[in-house]
Write a protein that binds this ligand. Structure first.
Ligand SMILES: Cc1cc2nc3c(=O)[nH]c(=O)nc-3n(C[C@H](O)[C@H](O)[C@H](O)COP(=O)(O)OP(=O)(O)OC[C@H]3O[C@@H](n4cnc5c(N)ncnc54)[C@H](O)[C@@H]3O)c2cc1C
Length: 502
């Protein structure tokens, strides 16, 4: 293979003959999977025996199943749980030396198999790295923390950070892919609120990336995912927000059009100085009872009760409405997304808000769900995530930017999140979700409403989020990766998740 590539002139592109591990001098990722992992597990066990979990040991199953999506349960050769950044650096050196394939796990919520787990390789899991330090207007966070941990740490200070909307999502995965919080309309995405990253590079060295140290890496980590290194500390901006005003509103099918209109109207609302407010918007369809219902979880900074930003929803007659003034910690505590919830497939695209078109997409989806109504444990959800123009504006005006390069326009990131019960239905449900999503996107392309941006947090595993980024940003990311990871540790040994192409 190596010689064939050479004759085809591909050697310089693939780095064949450059990238070599310290032991054998051969390219990374060329060793036998079992041998590489056995070497790394043995070496790590000899240094940190109590932190390496092997098959058959007490905690192995719990670690191999530490995932939201049951499809992600795999059987690693061992799980290494570092306590410090130095130990992460030692592990990365060991992976390279042994040519061992590895996966990295934060909160374990990226839902597709292999993004954060690996059959036969090594999992580096951050459960033990949960230290934090609260400063005047920042918090330093290790990658084992969930967003609930962060909100709880800031609660005594009446402050918050810009992070996940549910309790148990991990800080690292969400922050590295962009990060949708309730307050993106005012503060931008989670990535736009990181002041500094501590990073272990592919050769095991540790660097800081911020606006003055390694600024190119700093930029690339803002949405560039797991292509550049392992982040061992995030320094996040914090904001005074002692209270939030929340609303939970449920609507039945008779309000579906009005609900869709409220979604679109809310998305296009724009202000130069917005009140921080955002939502989780879901539509579920029960294929047995044939009932569809829509739910708004709305959150707004401050104490306006009911939250004023959701007036368009509040005006629609609903099944139930609950308003509350609370704290970010308290609100998040009730929004668990437990491990092992179900088998689940995400699929998503973006569009310009248009009530009639969005409503007809929801109707099409509902009818299509009937085609798979016999699937055991079916749990179909249509999700509408709103990315207002003001969220994109933050990166345009903060002097740093991010890898997305989004235009300042309102978008609805519509998503099919389809849960089911049995492995025997994997191919059927996955194929259904994929085909339906692409069909709806094609229709939107034909009517000029489609956009190619795909958010990694909502995407299916077959989708290529980088294809929707500004092309010059992808080129720059590729150059930065070549500079910081010339041997390809994070593309050849660690290949799960949404990887930048070659
Ligand atoms: C129920 C649910 C709710 C969600 N809600 C939101 C939401 O409100 N907002 C939003 O933006 N997204 C949301 N998401 C998407 C979520 O942000 C992504 O799945 C994210 O990747 C999860 O982060 P994690 O740390 O839990 O992920 P993991 O699965 O642990 O990691 C995700 C990826 O990041 C890599 N990684 C993890 N830690 C590191 C590290 N320290 N350094 C380098 N790479 C690392 C992993 O290898 C993996 O490829 C949600 C997902 C689910 C399933």
């Amino acid at each position: 293979m190596k010689y064939l590539l050479h004759f085809l002139g591909f050697t310089s592109v693939l780095g064949v003959g450059n990238a070599s591990n310290f032991l054998t001098g051969t390219s990374l990722g060329t060793s036998n999977l079992t041998a590489g992992a056995a070497c790394a597990c043995k070496e790590l066990s000899s240094i940190y025996s109590s932190q390496v979990i092997l098959p058959g040991s007490e905690n192995y199953t719990a670690q191999a199943n530490y995932y939201w999506d049951i499809r992600a349960d795999l059987s690693p050769a061992c799980v290494f749980m570092p306590n410090t950044a130095d130990q992460v650096a030692t592990a990365v050196k060991q992976f390279v030396q042994c040519d061992a394939q590895f996966a990295v796990r934060g909160g374990g919520h990226m839902n597709f198999p292999g993004s954060n787990n690996i059959d036969g390789g090594v999992v580096l899991a951050f459960n033990n790295m949960t230290n934090y330090k609260v400063n005047k207007d920042t918090i330093e966070v290790e990658p084992g923390m969930t967003w609930y941990d962060v909100y709880a740490a800031l609660d005594p200070y009446g402050r918050t950070a810009i992070g996940g909307r549910l309790k148990t999502i991990g800080v690292p995965g969400l922050t590295l892919i962009g990060g949708v919080s309730y307050f993106i309309n005012k503060y931008g995405f989670a990535m736009d609120n990181v002041n500094s990253y501590e990073v272990v590079l592919g050769n095991g060295t540790q660097v800081t990336a911020n606006s003055t140290a390694n600024p190119d890496l700093f930029w690339a980590l803002k949405g560039g995912a797991n292509n550049f290194g392992i982040v061992t500390k995030f320094t996040l901006k914090t904001y005074a927000m002692p209270h939030i005003s929340t609303t939970i509103q449920v609507f039945n099918e008779s309000s579906a059009y009005a609900f869709t209109k409220a979604v679109c109207d809310w998305a296009v609302g724009d202000s130069e100085s917005p009140i921080g407010a955002g939502s989780v918007i879901t539509i579920t369809y029960n294929a047995t009872t044939k009932e569809m219902s829509s739910t708004l979880l709305g959150v707004q900074e401050g104490i306006s009760n009911p939250p004023s930003e959701f007036a368009n929803f509040t005006a629609i007659p609903g099944v139930s409405k609950m308003n509350n003034v609370t704290t970010g910690k308290q609100w998040a505590s009730g929004l668990d997304s437990p491990k092992q919830m179900f088998r689940v497939m995400f699929a998503h695209h973006s569009m310009i808000p248009d009530t009639d078109v969005l409503y007809s997409m929801i109707e099409t989806w509902k009818n299509a769900v009937n085609d798979i109504a016999d699937v055991q444990g079916l749990y179909p959800t249509f999700v509408a995530n709103i990315s207002p123009a003001s969220a994109a504006r933050v990166a345009k005006t903060n002097g740093i930017g991010n890898v997305w390069g989004l235009d300042e326009e309102p978008l609805i990131w519509w998503q099919l999140s389809t849960g089911w019960g049995l492995a025997q239905d994997d191919l059927r449900v996955q194929g259904w979700a994929r085909q339906l999503t692409e069909r709806l996107h094609t229709l939107n392309k034909q009517n000029g409403l489609a956009r190619e941006f795909v958010y990694m947090g909502d995407a299916g595993e077959w989708q290529d989020p980088y294809a929707g980024f500004a092309p010059k940003n992808v080129q720059r990311m590729t150059e930065i990766r070549a500079a910081y990871d010339p041997k390809g540790t994070f593309s050849k040994l660690n290949w799960g998740g949404f990887k930048l192409g070659y």
